[in-house]
Every structure is written in structure tokens, then in C-alpha cells.
Design a protein around this ligand. Structure first.
Ligand SMILES: Cc1cc2nc3c(=O)[nH]c(=O)nc-3n(C[C@H](O)[C@H](O)[C@H](O)COP(=O)(O)O)c2cc1C
Length: 390
């Protein structure tokens, strides 16, 4: 008989025990349209569901009676130590969840000692994030139809000393997120029902709307025509920036002009992984964009073994999409990933409690990783391997 799951109804995010409880808490803090933007996937959301089902279907075989009293989860990523095998994934429009949300995420990542990736579509400029948050910063890049704008972002990220450029390859065509559109009468014009819902969230109005109005896309604002600089105009304008022409030639071009670490995000097969490594990429992110792009795409965890076999000793392998538990993260490490990117879990934290909420989300994940290490008989991440998988 299935256990009855209790809905989390507490009023302090610090008391949530899991990412799922934090998600339930976050749902009550921000208007429905803002959380639906975060939660959903494209079309029938098959890939969104499959990401977690594929992780659920893997079982662990622990080793017993191993002394794990001195365990830790530190590891090395691009020759520098990180305190946990996690990276905060790039996500656009973080300012809808919390005022200057990009900075809150970056600071929480720095506090834990892990990298933070800033989206091209952030609401705080890449310069301000670099000024206001210490730590390891990665810049996510959409290679856009306006190549002048693309060059501009790269040059600014270089000047601001970002450690890595993360080129997102799976957004050549904007994913169709139908649920998102239902919240609007016209692009960025909320339906009446959603406007009432906003009015029911005064804390959010004071945190997000009052300080600066609807958040703008600060990294690209100078390149947007005046009519696109309003909230409505911006949301309608952004999909036009995506470029169906992007190709491996762009990877070669980026490798020529970007001096530091280059990472391709959106790889889902061994042949593409090989090509990225051959073109001199330092890392790849095995990702289906959290189920927000191609619906019916494979789950990254399914194709990870093929990719590790193709390029495991040639490039750094990061994975994302659907990771919600320490067990999920250990499964990816066991299959050969170097680290895991986290998207929605830290956004739930951001919606729940700003920077402190993000830190709470990260602490849930790191405590779970710590527990799983101990319970599987592993002292360090190097002890985790395929022998743990059923
Ligand atoms: C609200 C939201 C916005 C996102 N925006 C971007 C983005 O601007 N650039 C990008 O490369 N990926 C973006 N992604 C995808 C994430 O980087 C990441 O691949 C995905 O969230 C991982 O799946 P998870 O949310 O299940 O952890 C976004 C994801 C979400 C949920």
C-alpha cells in the first residue's frame, strides 16, 4: 500500500527537509505564473517526467561495514577544488522570483564553494554579478542571431574574468511551453485570473515589483530596440534572438576567441560529445535543458554511459536535468559524471527565501550526498563507481 504523503504546510523554509518540501513551500511565496515558468517543460512534458523516472529506475547496491566516519564530498573541477560536486545551472529571469535573484544565487554558490552559471538572460548584468558576488563564475551564452550582441557578451565576460563560457547548444529553436502561455492574454500580459493571484502575494510585490518594476534582461538591454525594453516587448523579443543557424562552426569560432574554459551544454549522444572534445572544449553538459526544449528527448542519465565511454578521459563531463536528491547525484557520479548542475532546486530556494533559501536548498542536497556516501560505504567521491549500481 502506498504511503500517504503529507503536504508541507509549515511557514519556515528552513524547516523543509527535502527539495520537494521546499518546492511546496516556494509555491505559496510567489504568484502562480512565476512558479509555473520555473516548473514546467515543453509540450506534453514527457521529457520532464522521464528525467526523474529514469533516475528513479536506477537502484543502488551498498557495501556494508565500511568505516566512513571521515567522509567528505570535495572534488576537483578544472583543477580547482569544489566543496560538493554541484554547480548552479544558468537560468533566465531569476529576478521574477526574488529581487536581484542572480546575485543571491551567485553568493550562495560562493558560500558553499561551488561554481555559479549566469544566464545570458539574467536580470542583473554580468558585470554587477562579478562585482557583488565572489567565487567561481561561469557565463552561459546563447549564440544569437545578432552576432554583434553575441560578441559583446563574450568580450564583457572575458573582461569581467569569468572562468568559463557555457555555450547552450540545444536552444536553436525556442521550446514550446504551452502551460506558460496559458497565463497570459498576450505576450507578458497576465490573464485576469493571474492578476488577482499577483494581488494575493504582497510580499512578492514588495520584493520583486516595487524596487525596480518588472525585471529587465540587463545583459542585452542595450541591444534591444526601444519597444522591446518594456516587460511585454522584452518577452516577445527574446525568442527572436535564438538562431537556428548555430552549428559546430560556432564552437570552433568560440574556441578561437574565448581564452578560458569552454563548455558545451546540451549534448545527448556520444558522437556529439566526441566532436566537442575534438574541437577543444574543456567540458560538456549532458543535458536536455530540464525538459524545456525537445519533448521526448532522452534523459541525460540514460545516455551518460555512452558519453563517458566516448570522451570520459578527454573532457570534463557535467550532467543536469531532474536531479532532486543526493541519491540522484551519486548515481550520476557512479556512472562517470564529474559534477551535476542543479536548475530548479535552487530556484525553489530562491523563491522561498532569497539567498538564505538558495543556501538551504544546497544544504539539503549536500546533507543527502553525505548520507548516501556513508550509507553506500563510500568515504570520498572517488570510492563511488559502477559497483554501486544494481
Ligand atoms: C526557469 C528556467 C530557466 C532556464 N534558463 C536557461 C537559460 O537561460 N540558459 C540555459 O542554458 N539553460 C536554461 N535553463 C536550463 C537549465 O540551465 C538546466 O539545464 C535545467 O534547469 C536542469 O534541469 P533541472 O531544473 O531539472 O535541474 C533554464 C531552466 C529553468 C528551469
Amino acid at each position: 500500500m502506498a504511503l500517504k504523503r503529507k503536504y508541507y504546510s509549515g511557514n519556515d523554509f528552513r524547516r523543509t527537509n527535502s527539495i520537494e518540501e521546499l518546492r511546496q513551500f516556494a509555491r505559496r511565496q510567489v504568484p502562480n505564473f512565476a512558479l509555473e515558468y520555473v516548473e514546467g517543460g515543453s509540450e506534453s512534458e514527457r521529457t520532464l517526467r522521464w528525467n526523474s523516472e529514469a533516475l528513479d529506475s536506477i537502484r543502488l547496491v551498498p557495501n556494508t561495514l565500511v568505516d566512513t566516519s571521515s567522509r567528505h564530498q570535495r572534488t576537483t573541477l578544472f583543477d580547482q577544488e569544489i566543496n560538493s560536486p554541484l554547480i548552479i545551472a544558468p537560468t533566465g529571469l531569476n529576478g521574477m522570483l526574488s529581487h536581484r535573484g542572480d546575485i543571491a544565487l551567485a553568493r550562495a554558490a560562493a558560500k558553499l564553494g561551488i561554481p555559479f552559471s549566469l544566464s545570458t538572460l539574467s536580470n542583473v548584468s554580468l558585470e554587477d554579478v562579478a562585482k557583488e558576488a565572489a567565487g567561481r563564475l561561469w557565463m552561459q551564452l546563447y549564440v544569437m542571431s545578432d552576432r554583434e550582441l553575441t560578441r559583446n557578451i563574450i568580450a564583457r565576460a572575458d573582461k569581467a574574468n569569468y572562468e568559463a563560457l557555457v555555450f547552450t547548444s540545444d536552444a536553436n529553436i525556442f521550446g514550446h511551453r504551452e502551460w506558460d502561455q496559458r497565463n497570459y492574454r498576450q505576450p507578458a500580459k497576465l490573464s485576469l485570473r493571474n492578476m488577482f493571484d499577483v494581488a494575493r502575494h504582497p510580499r512578492w510585490i514588495f520584493d520583486v515589483l516595487i524596487p525596480n518594476g518588472v525585471p529587465r534582461f540587463e545583459n542585452i538591454i542595450d541591444f534591444m530596440p526601444p519597444e522591446a525594453q518594456t516587460a511585454q516587448g522584452g518577452v516577445a523579443f527574446v525568442p527572436k534572438l535564438f538562431d537556428a543557424k548555430i552549428s559546430w562552426d560556432d564552437v570552433a569560432w568560440l574556441r578561437e576567441i574565448w581564452p578560458r574554459k569552454l563548455i558545451i551544454k546540451g549534448i545527448l549522444n556520444g558522437a556529439d560529445a566526441k566532436r566537442a572534445a575534438e574541437l577543444g572544449c574543456d567540458g560538456i553538459v549532458v543535458s536536455n535543458h530540464g525538459g524545456r526544449q525537445l519533448d521526448s528527448a532522452v534523459a541525460p542519465i540514460e545516455v551518460l554511459p555512452e558519453i563517458v565511454e566516448a570522451v570520459g578521459n578527454k573532457t570534463t563531463i557535467i550532467i543536469d536535468s531532474g536531479f532532486r536528491r543526493g541519491t540522484d547525484i551519486i548515481k550520476a557520479i557512479a556512472l562517470g559524471a564529474d559534477a551535476v548542475m542543479i536548475g530548479r532546486p535552487t530556484l525553489y530556494g530562491l523563491a522561498a527565501g532569497g539567498e538564505a533559501g538558495v543556501s538551504h536548498a544546497l544544504s539539503i542536497l549536500t546533507s543527502e550526498i553525505d548520507r548516501v556516501l556513508g550509507q553506500t560505504g563510500c568515504r570520498i567521491l572517488k570510492d563511488v563507481g559502477p559497483h554501486l549500481l544494481a
